[in-house]
Design a protein around this ligand. Structure first.
Ligand code: AMP
Ligand code: GLY
Length: 420
């Protein structure tokens, strides 16, 4: 079977790796891919917004199945487009992708189906929002409605900050804003909870905790993710049941009532307060770096799972997972998430030979004349599985130190809540 993976990050390198390990996969393509996917797949240079060229390539090369990694093409309707040419696609359609594409869509769904989430208000213009802010307690959270590459969320400590956030959003920082979301600040511990669905049935797909802040101790600016560990320390059977009953099932029912369904990974970003889950946001894809942390734990053939999803047969397979504790540490370009030097050679990378419980997934890398260069802020993901989180992190850090990349920096404290 020939499969194509869409995307170019660490998540997509991990997905390509799992597919490549499936015995029924004859060839993997990655559109557009990175230096890491280049070694296990054929990288195909097509712009992700050029659905027509992607479709033509898939048809010309008799590709049997497409797995979409990132949210943007999903929200823009790539699944609907490719499906209309009878291409099998793993990833939600445009309507279902509104769960990530519009925070207001999700909030309204929460309201209708009584899904626990932060109290909120939706405001149509600057004056309305400011009037509301005059009578609020702080901190609170101001959010742009649409996709904002993780940057459209402002945690505001006081009125001044919140007014600034409202201004920036209505001034079009994240594209034309017709509405704005202001919500209560939830004080708890975050958890990433994943399910996989074939449109009829779903199964859980692991939990993780990512570290979004750039500095140790979860301080500094938000990033795309500096590392993650799996499973989340909060995971228990009782909590899983609450999440499924109070959040996942009502969401899938809500989509059904809109005459649609969800095929793909659904990622619930949760705040857990006194053992009770609240939905902060949905993502309609795997998390990054959570995916790199979770997929190496999967024992079941990944292609079999994806095929079952696109054929509505997920109920026919059971998933098997390794019991090991997984830690992912992200190596970034110095200066990230602000400005950084790009195209810096990563000299020692090909000298490092990971053992079978160690994985180096590329994110922002490219290959040029057989040499590997950085090509972004988050560059490499070092993932290790072992019996203890502490050991996994230690080994991941050893690999990074072995690489000794002069332009890199990383957090040494990933998983500090599970490693004392
Ligand atoms: P989002 O893009 O919605 O995941 O938000 C980014 C981050 O902002 C989340 O991972 C949380 O850390 C934080 N956040 C978002 N909404 C809230 C909220 N209502 N209360 C507390 N923290 C929040
Ligand atoms: N790890 C956060 C995200 O993938 O959105």
């Amino acid at each position: 079977m020939k499969v194509a993976v869409i995307g170019s990050g660490g998540r997509e390198h991990a997905i390509c790796t799992s597919l490549k390990n499936s015995k029924n996969v004859s060839k993997v393509y990655c559109i557009p891919g990175n230096a890491g996917t280049n070694f296990i797949a054929e990288n195909v240079k097509i712009e992700l917004n050029n659905f027509q060229n992607i479709k033509d390539f898939i048809i010309e090369n008799n590709i049997d199945l497409v797995v979409v990694g990132p949210e943007k093409p999903l929200v823009e309707g790539i699944t609907d487009y490719l499906t209309s040419y009878d291409i099998k696609v793993f990833g939600p359609n445009k309507i279902a992708s509104q769960l990530e594409g519009s925070k207001i869509f999700t909030k309204k769904l929460c309201e209708k189906y009584k899904i626990p989430t932060a109290n909120f208000g939706i405001f149509k213009n600057y004056d309305e929002a400011i009037k509301f802010l005059n009578n609020c307690d702080f901190p609170l959270v101001v959010k742009a409605d649409g996709l904002a590459a993780g940057k459209g969320v402002y945690i505001c400590e006081d009125k001044e900050q919140s007014i600034c956030a409202v201004k920036e959003i209505f001034n079009g920082k994240f594209g034309k804003a017709e509405e704005i979301l202001i919500e209560e600040f939830l004080d708890g511990e975050e958890m990433s909870f994943f399910i996989i669905s074939d449109g009829k049935n779903f199964k859980t797909f692991g939990t993780a905790q990512d570290h979004k802040r750039v500095f140790e101790g979860d301080k500094g600016k938000n990033t795309g993710g500096m590392g993650a560990y799996s499973p989340s320390r909060l995971e228990t059977e009782a909590l899983n049941k609450k999440i499924i009953d109070m959040i996942i099932k009502p969401t899938l029912k809500g989509l059904k009532n809109l005459n649609t369904n969800f095929v793909g990974f659904l990622y619930a970003g949760l705040m857990i307060i006194d053992n009770k889950p609240f939905l902060i946001e949905y993502n309609v894809r795997m998390g990054d770096p959570e995916c790199q942390t979770i997929l190496p734990k999967l024992k079941t053939d990944f292609l079999k799972i994806i095929e079952a999803c696109v054929n509505e047969k997920l109920d026919e397979i059971d998933f098997e997972w390794k019991s090991e504790k997984s830690v992912c540490v992200v190596l970034c370009s110095k200066g990230y998430p602000d400005s950084y030097n790009n195209h810096v050679e990563i000299e020692n990378l090909q000298k490092i030979i990971p053992n079978k419980n160690e994985f180096i997934f590329h994110a922002g890398t490219k290959i040029d004349n057989s040499k590997i260069f950085s090509n972004g802020g988050r560059v490499l993901n070092f993932v290790v599985l072992s019996k203890e989180f502490k050991e996994s992190r230690k080994k991941a850090l050893e690999l990074i130190n072995q690489l000794n990349w002069s332009n890199g920096f990383f957090r040494k404290d990933i998983g500090f809540k599970v490693i004392n």
